[in-house]
Write a protein that binds this ligand. Sequence first.
Ligand code: PMP
Length: 285
Amino acid sequence: MSRIFYVNGDFVAEEDAKISVLDRGFLFADAVYEVSTVLAGKLIDNKAHLRRLARSLSELAMVAPCSDESILEAQHKLIELNTVQEGLLYLQVSRGVADREFYYPTNTPSSLVMFTQSKSLLDNPAAQTGIKIISIPDQRWARRDIKTVGLLAPCMGKQAAVEAGVNDAWMVEDGFVTEGTSNNAYIVTSEKQIKTRQLGHEILSGITRDAVLRFANEAGYSVLEEAFTIEEALQAEEAFITSASTFVMPVVNIDGTDIGSGSPGPVAKQLRKIYIETAMSRQDL
Ligand code: PMP
């Protein structure tokens, strides 16, 4: 059975899930998105994702396609129709369909599309071994706090990682790590302090970042929200990333140099465990 997609109020088969060539998401990347995790058939931290969606829309003066309640109802129906137990729900809002002009069209309804991807997330073999990354220059635009679909620079980064035979890339700007291509970046210093870049226009405010920093504080770790360099990361005891789809994932090698022992460290392991246990024990949020 083929997957069911959501397109502007309709639940349709993939071959019928179509948008116009004049959609501004297609022409200008004038669209924002969210990816929520599904575990045991339930959405994880979805309310926070919808809050961030509202903020992205507002920063771009884009009208919401419908109420949060309607989005949530459609999300639940899509998960049910596709019998997703574990995986991801992708949601994208574009400024809609209008003849090609740079300025924003008026009175054009925004468009909403969604689809699910069933995927094993908990049983990720990379969590046992940790991932290897390279560092690359951050070539993205200046408003990375807005979650737009303009993702060509991260695509180039992931491709560079694949070609280098590693899993991902950390982006560096003015000598400091901003974030991973699709995740937030952390190190654990020799003083056992967790360091991750402060929020601002330079990085996305990760929903998983927010949860993990809360858990880290509760577990008694000292957390410093401050930019760090690749050199600092190479000297660190541990490194890791967070995102909705990877939770907490240890980074064991950067640019060919092992971090710490070269295997997943205790802090990343503990935070991953807490994150997953908390997510599994909560109701659909
Ligand atoms: N930074 C970037 C650039 C991302 O694309 C993502 C994934 N959406 C994240 C951080 C992590 O965000 P979240 O924890 O909300 O998935």
